[in-house]
Design a protein. Structure first.
Length: 202
């Protein structure tokens, strides 16, 4: 199962290396990584380009002017370019994945009914990396259209962000992924719920 990671970064010179290293250190190796500098005014683009020169699995891009719709534009670009990809993972420039994130997710994705895998989150202080909280369910759940309404109160937090998930690409190709420029907050949540409306199970 080939997967594509996507990071869109803006003025993230202090954290982008950590994010990129977390992808490079994945124990599951069948992936390619799109990293986009979204008009940064600091050294973010220089760092991204340096990593890309060292690793051919990293596809580096630069956008001249910061644009909130860049994320959606590059999701569409990946869908157009990576025709063999089966999974997509998004990662914010100030976050990181544990090394077995993708390996564990791919195991669950072997269930043909599962269109998205969501894993738990550990929250750390941005500077000291001291633990600040954990958001993990007490047990694994398989959620479909039949039980979604009953389970939503305990799982809605996991649907607020695009990261921490593996999205099945074949489902993403079923609908028009778009960005509404009237939305300035919560666009990532809209993307998740848009996907869920087409998914069989998560």
């Amino acid at each position: 199962m080939k997967c594509v990671f996507l990071t869109v970064a803006y003025n993230a010179e202090k954290t982008i290396a950590r994010a990129m290293n977390s992808v490079l250190n994945q124990t599951y190796k069948d992936w390619i990584y799109y990293v986009v500098d979204n008009g940064s005014t600091d050294a973010t683009n220089d760092i991204i380009q340096r990593y890309a020169r060292k690793n051919p699995k990293i596809k580096a891009y630069h956008v001249d002017v910061n644009d909130i719709s860049t994320y959606v534009k590059f999701v569409k670009k990946i869908l157009d370019q990576q025709l063999e990809a089966e999974g997509m993972c998004m990662l914010d420039a100030d976050d990181a994945y544990v090394p077995d994130f993708l390996e564990n997710a791919v195991k669950v994705m072997k269930d043909p009914d599962v269109d998205m895998v969501i894993l738990g989150t550990k929250m750390l202080d941005a500077v000291s990396l001291e633990p600040k909280g954990v958001n993990v369910l007490s047990k694994s759940l398989k959620i479909d259209k039949e039980n979604m309404g009953d389970l939503l109160p305990q799982i809605h937090w996991y649907f607020r962000q695009v990261w921490g998930k593996v999205w099945k690409v074949s489902v993403m190709r079923k609908y028009d992924i778009s960005y509404d420029n009237r939305v300035w907050y919560g666009a990532d949540t809209i993307l998740v719920y848009q996907f869920l409306s087409y998914a069989n199970a998560i």
